[in-house]
Structure formats: C-alpha cells, structure tokens
Design a protein around this ligand. Sequence first.
Ligand SMILES: C[S@@+](CC[C@H](N)C(=O)[O-])C[C@H]1O[C@@H](n2cnc3c(N)ncnc32)[C@H](O)[C@@H]1O
Length: 153
Amino acid sequence: MRIALYQPDIAGNVGAVLRLSACFGVPCDIIEPCGFAFSERALRRAGMDYAIKADIKRHADWNAFSNAIAPARLVLMTTKGSISLPKFSFQKEDIILMGSEGSGVPEHVHSHVTARVHIPLRPEFRSLNVAVSAGIALAEALRQTSQFPGECA
Ligand SMILES: C[S@@+](CC[C@H](N)C(=O)[O-])C[C@H]1O[C@@H](n2cnc3c(N)ncnc32)[C@H](O)[C@@H]1O
C-alpha cells in the first residue's frame, strides 16, 4: 500500500498525511507542484518530527509520477467516486491517490485511474478534509489487506 497526494496546497495537511505514512509504515508520493514550499527543512522547522520519518517520494509532475509507479493500481479518493469505500476491495499493492484541497484532480487523472472511490457522507455535506479522508481510506485499505503494523498477511 502507498498513499499519493496530488498537488497539495496546505502544508498542515501534508504534515498530517506524512504522520499517517510514518506511523503505519506506508510510503507517501507527493505529486508536485505544491501550493507551498515543500522541503524537509520546512517540516523540521514546523516541528513535524513524525513526518520526517515518513518514506517520501517527490515527483515533479503527474507524468513523472505516472511513469514511476506503473503498473500499480491507482485508487482515486474523490467525492465523485462511482463506488463507495465500504464496497471497494483493496489489493496490497494499491496506491491511494488523494486530490488537492481546492480542486481535487483534473479530468485526465480521473480517466487514468483504476477505481474512483467515495466516502459516503450525509447529503448536505460536500467533502471531508483531505488528511481526514486519507486516514479513513488508509485504515480501511490496511484492514482489508491485513497490513496494519505487526499484522501478518
Ligand atoms: C477538500 S476535498 C476537495 C474537494 C474538491 N472540490 C473535489 O471535487 O475533489 C480534498 C480531497 O479529499 C478527498 N475527499 C474529501 N472528501 C471525500 C469523500 N467524501 N470521498 C472521497 N474522497 C474525499 C479527495 O481526494 C479530495 O480531492
């Protein structure tokens, strides 16, 4: 399992996802450009001591990411997903792709992914915070594939 962030805008959200990544031992791909100056130094300065222990791979853009990860399945978390999280079956090598805070991912990314999955919400609410949705999706994926730390598959 891996988690990938598409052009994240908010440093605090990236810090929260990198903390998930470090705590669960799940590598994190960051698809740039980011909406802020991303660097290990900045993470250290912000006191994100968990985050700097994450296995981070930075990619200059979508094409660089896409070439680096083939042939893994890409599971896009999106409010427009055609299948709901409780009904989706994860596989061990899946990459969970999260959209950017403002605009999710562009159409060409929607058409590139293997599956588009939504977390069901009450109808009057549009979306969750990106780091919260990453945590919910990752927990379900790790549970289904018996990949929580210390679990034997
Ligand atoms: C604040 S939302 C962005 C909303 C954006 N307007 C869109 O259409 O994707 C940031 C990211 O969190 C994830 N997300 C938020 N709520 C979600 C939900 N209910 N189901 C699946 N993913 C969700 C998606 O990856 C989304 O791109």
